[in-house]
Design a protein around this ligand. Structure first.
Ligand SMILES: *[C@@H]1O[C@H](CO)[C@@H](O)[C@H](O)[C@H]1NC(C)=O
Ligand SMILES: *[C@@H]1O[C@H](CO)[C@@H](O)[C@H](O)[C@H]1NC(C)=O
Ligand SMILES: *[C@@H]1O[C@H](CO)[C@@H](O)[C@H](O)[C@H]1NC(C)=O
Ligand SMILES: *[C@@H]1O[C@H](CO)[C@@H](O)[C@H](O)[C@H]1NC(C)=O
Length: 574
């Protein structure tokens, strides 16, 4: 099926796992106090704690009924994130202010332009989309917000448009304008459609599953006010797709590789030296594509988007190259923060199985990359005879705008990109070796243990043990007679991990919990309980609890709905 939403954050979608891994590494270096925020209780709606868990515990994802389980499973299937949690969170929830302290005292120009926020969506989860809208209404000064334009690109979820429309009318959200395309257009043409309906001086494109943070719009608008050819992006904070926890991202900029895939990378050495550097705009060779602001007239002057591109992919590199090569500039603005749900995958397939990413990338290569396009073509032998449509009007545009050539772009804007030559390969190896070194301290990092105990099934003498040797990754868990010795001792860390014999972490797997390398990213390795006797042990990502199959030796330990206490009640024995 054709979709628009799938085009969002193509680069991020594909790269999100790697990105999260590298973020994880950054987190070890950057000292954030408030990285994993616990939701204040006033953030919850129609929520009701299980008696098995402490009341103040973060049990937002708790699955209490088969209906909960159904909602959650269906949500993952359609949206690739936890809609059960989204349904329970307030539309007006507060999120941690992740800005650098220096941003908080900044005073901005007082003649900032008004923005039209444009959000295109395809089959978005209604409540998540509404939270996006509410965050904008709640955190944008009204004199800077012309309107919020929602474009439904022919979603096929029944009643999505209707319910959204009803909500907007009922809540009297006069600034929110809902449109619908006549047929599935895809990201690029849906955005053009939204842009043409807009009346603000600035266009601010956003993804449909985000939450904007405090003071997000002022620094973006100020950069555009200073110079209208500045195209600006917020820092994209992380909303965990399983738990909806909001955490800060480090300052990473956009790059790409010769397969024309977007990637995140460190700003060049020397960019972040002084304290002020952390709040100054950072030049970025490319954008991820989902979130950026641009002066509307400038957007039109430089040729909007390539409307010949289909559905998704490549448009972010196209507009990035065009901005830089034709006299503009693309910047990350660290004082502007917007949280984004990094979904587990793009939940929608390609239309008719067509590779629109390749089609669009070929258009980018042939219009903008001069002879450097061969590096891309060499990587993609399947591209040789692949049709990419008519590009004559885009070539004409490039000529009219008197743009620099691609060699200029590589020399002046992205000298860090190694060419796929021998020297380039050598550099790449050197880099990846460096990256590996960088990961070392994280693995060697000392964990903070806060408790230790064996986990005994209540009213039994059976303890949770590893099926295989405690050093073997992927081992399942069973009940065995409790005995002394470290093989049954779980060490609890300050991040709520349970580490058996200080070796491997308890992790929620597809069906059953397993032992796995600790990744320090919470979610499937994050466990909650009320301590002491007769407690449930609840996993934050799964929303379910640790449970035995039956009360006998060698019974498997699995994950079950928490409100069934029969085989899911444990004593923590110290
Ligand atoms: C909690 O749930 C129970 C049963 O589902 C219900 O009877 C009770 O009224 C709920 N409490 C609140 C405060 O919503
Ligand atoms: C969110 O807050 C606004 C006021 O800031 C209020 O009008 C609205 O009813 C709230 N919505 C929800 C769902 O709490
Ligand atoms: C639309 O609203 C109806 C009635 O409240 C509800 O049953 C249905 O699930 C809603 N659908 C969506 C997609 O929100
Ligand atoms: C207990 O569960 C295990 C699987 O975990 C099964 O092999 C065994 O037959 C069960 N024992 C009883 C007594 O039901």
């Amino acid at each position: 099926m054709v979709s628009i939403n799938k085009s969002f954050f193509y680069g991020i979608g594909v790269a999100s796992i790697t990105w999260l891994m590298s973020l994880c590494f950054y987190f070890q270096l950057i000292k954030h106090d408030n990285l994993n925020t616990v939701f204040p209780t006033n953030n919850l709606e129609s929520h009701n704690s299980s008696h098995l868990l402490k009341d103040d515990m973060n049990d937002i994802g708790l699955i209490k009924t088969t209906e909960d389980q159904r909602i959650k499973d269906e949500g993952y299937k359609i949206h690739a994130y936890n809609t059960l949690v989204s349904n329970r969170l307030s539309l007006n929830r507060t999120i941690p202010d992740t800005r650098n302290i220096l941003c908080k005292n900044k005073i901005y120009m007082d003649n900032l332009p008004k923005a039209s926020v444009i959000i295109c969506f395809y089959n978005e989860h209604l409540r998540t989309l509404l939270r996006t809208v509410h965050s904008i209404i709640n955190r944008t000064p009204s004199n800077m917000l012309q309107e919020i334009i929602l474009v439904d690109d022919e979603s096929d979820i029944q009643d999505l448009y209707k319910n959204l429309s009803t909500y907007i009318n009922k809540q009297k959200l006069v600034n929110v304008k809902l449109f619908k395309t006549d047929r599935r257009e895809g990201l690029i043409r849906a955005r053009l459609f939204g842009a043409r309906k807009s009346q603000g001086q600035v266009l601010l494109f956003l993804d449909s599953h985000v939450e904007v943070n405090v003071g997000w719009i002022e620094p973006l608008l100020e950069q555009i006010q200073k110079k209208r050819s500045n195209v600006v992006m917020p820092i994209i904070d992380i909303i965990n797709p399983d738990t909806f926890m909001y955490s800060a991202s480090p300052l990473v900029r956009g790059g790409f590789n010769w397969g024309l895939h977007f990637k995140w990378e460190n700003p060049p050495t020397g960019t972040l030296e002084t304290k002020e550097d952390f709040i100054k705009p950072i030049k970025s060779p490319t954008m991820a594509g989902g979130l950026f602001a641009i002066d509307k007239k400038y957007f039109i002057d430089i040729g909007e988007y390539d409307a010949g591109m289909n559905i998704w992919g490549g448009e972010n590199l196209e507009i990035s190259f065009r901005i830089w090569m034709c006299g503009g500039s693309l910047e990350l603005v660290p004082c502007s923060r917007v949280g984004h749900i990094f979904r587990h995958r793009r939940p929608y397939g390609s239309p008719d199985g067509k590779d629109t990413m390749l089609y669009n990338s070929l258009r980018v290569a042939h219009v903008w990359m001069d002879s450097f396009k061969d590096f891309f073509l060499n990587q993609r032998p399947d591209a040789k005879n692949f049709d990419y449509g008519d590009i004559s009007s885009r070539l004409q545009l490039r000529k009219e705008l008197k743009c620099h050539d691609f060699d200029w772009y590589l020399t002046h804007i992205y000298p860090e990109l190694p060419l796929p030559t021998e020297e380039g390969e050598r550099l790449k190896k050197k880099w990846s070796a460096l990256e590996k070194d960088k990961f070392q301290p994280w693995h060697l990092r000392k964990r903070n243990y806060v408790d230790q105990y064996s986990i005994r099934l209540s009213n039994s003498n059976l303890c949770v043990s590893s099926v295989k040797d405690i050093k073997i990754k992927g081992s399942g868990l069973v009940l065995k007679p409790c005995k002394s010795g470290k093989n049954q001792i779980w060490y609890e860390t300050d991040k709520n991990e349970l580490v058996l014999a200080q070796l491997l972490c308890l992790q929620y797997g597809k069906a059953n919990p397993i032992l796995y390398k600790c990744h320090e990213m919470g979610g499937d390795q994050e466990w909650k309980h009320k301590g002491g006797k007769e407690t449930a042990i609840y996993n934050l990502a799964a929303g379910t609890c640790l449970a035995a199959e039956n009360k006998s030796i060698n019974s498997a330990v699995s994950m079950k709905i928490c409100s069934n206490p029969e085989l899911a009640t444990w004593d923590l024995v110290r």
